[in-house]
Design a protein around this ligand. Structure first.
Ligand code: NAD
Ligand code: UDP
Length: 338
């Protein structure tokens, strides 16, 4: 069975992908510097799948460490999750973000080139569409970035395109995630942000369990059905399954594969509050405040290309996302505070 290297594999999305890979019989090797995840994830993966993945507490900018790992395992395919991901933080720490995300990716690609490993799946983001003119957003929509985080994703996408142009034996898939949410149905793994969450879902979960008093809703004067921002929330397990499809098909397209992974359905902040109240049976107090700088009014995917090319589409609905997020919040989330 193929050997898959997951950079950032103890993180939120990587750990869910790891479970799907182990369940399908792949051998998984993880490199993560644990800057935004906990080593405890490995035991939870073992509880769920019966297998503990091979793990290295290493930074992807450490080329010597990468080389040793690639030489030891003859990796077939890399799924590259490792990176810093907060848009707001990236505005305050641009050097850290560019160094971690761009230098890290260059280091990884240099070693992959050296050891003749030419297959990579990259975690990109819907943030590369900036303020899209046409919604739902298709892959050929114009690209732009309003933050160092977004710039780093755009730069890496460009770098991967250039790499393929230079040598078409590379097999490259770029997956543009919309808004991953929810958790594994076991409640053993999920999203565990450091400190006060920036994203809507983890914040709402903390309000529902009483650790935060109220949700601040960033603006209710957008041009949407109730005035609050609309996004495409995709269950993290659906997202994980999309990676497996990309992996199984990598190399079958004579180009860099660029795909949206989203549901195609937009929900507003108030829709999420209502759905989470139903799942948690808790009231979620909120206050409307000013718009958050840089936010767009709505952003949701046209996911039809992923269906056409990979026969993949999201299966979970919003209520399942909320149920699983709430189960995780109650069962394990606090055990993961880093
Ligand atoms: P996460 O922070 O939970 O996981 C990323 C992991 O990478 C963490 O475990 C962290 O410790 C590790 N890491 C960071 N820098 C590293 C380095 N230099 N060397 C080794 N390990 C390093 O984030 P996530 O939500 O799982 O996101 C995974 C990827 O998906 C990221 O690249 C992110 O930008 C992208 N993405 C995430 C979202 C989202 O909303 N979660 C949306 C779009 C794209
Ligand atoms: N949002 C909010 N309060 C919060 C966090 C987010 O009102 O505490 C809104 C935000 O303005 C956006 C939506 O929820 O309309 C999703 O925000 P998130 O940060 O989760 O994702 P992104 O903006 O990156 O798509």
């Amino acid at each position: 069975m193929k050997k898959i290297l997951l950079t950032g594999g103890t993180g939120y999305i990587g750990s869910h992908v790891c479970i799907e890979l182990l369940n399908k019989g792949y051998e998984v090797i993880i490199i993560d510097n644990l800057s935004n995840s906990s080593i405890k994830v490995l035991d939870c993966i073992k509880k769920i799948t019966g297998i503990k993945p091979i793990f290295y507490d290493k930074d992807i900018r450490d080329k010597a460490a990468l080389l040793k790992i690639f030489n030891k395992y003859s990796i077939d395919i890399v799924i590259h999750f490792a990176g810093l991901k907060s848009l707001t933080e990236s505005i305050n720490e641009p050097v850290n973000y560019y160094d971690n995300n761009i230098t890290g990716t260059i280091s990884l690609l240099a070693i992959m080139t050296q050891v003749n490993c030419h297959s990579i799946v990259f975690s990109s983001s819907a943030t590369v569409y900036g303020k899209a003119k046409h919604i739902p957003i298709r892959e050929n929509s114009p690209l732009s970035a309003s933050s160092p985080y977004g710039q780093s994703k755009l730069f890496i996408e460009r770098l991967l395109q250039d790499l393929y142009t230079s040598d078409d034996k590379w097999n490259i898939a770029i997956l543009r995630y919309f808004n991953p949410a929810g958790a594994h149905e076991s409640g053993l793994i999920g999203e565990s942000p450091n400190g006060i969450p920036n994203n809507l879902f983890p914040y709402v979960a903390k309000v529902a369990n009483g650790s935060h008093k109220r949700l601040l809703i960033f603006g209710n004067d957008y041009d949407t059905h109730d005035g609050t921002g609309v996004r495409d929330y995709i269950h993290v397990v659906d997202l994980a399954k999309g990676h497996l499809k990309a992996l199984e098909n990598i190399g079958t397209f004579k180009k860099v594969l660029v795909l949206n992974l989203g549901t195609g359905q937009g929900y507003s902040v108030l829709d999420i509050v209502k759905a989470f109240e139903a799942a948690s049976k808790q009231k979620i107090p909120y206050e409307i405040v000013e718009r958050r700088e840089g936010d767009v009014s709505e952003c949701y995917a046209d996911p039809s290309l992923a269906f056409e090319l990979l026969n993949w589409k999201a299966e979970f609905n919003l209520s399942q996302i909320c149920n699983d997020a709430w189960n995780w919040e109650n069962k394990s989330s606090k055990d993961y505070d880093i």
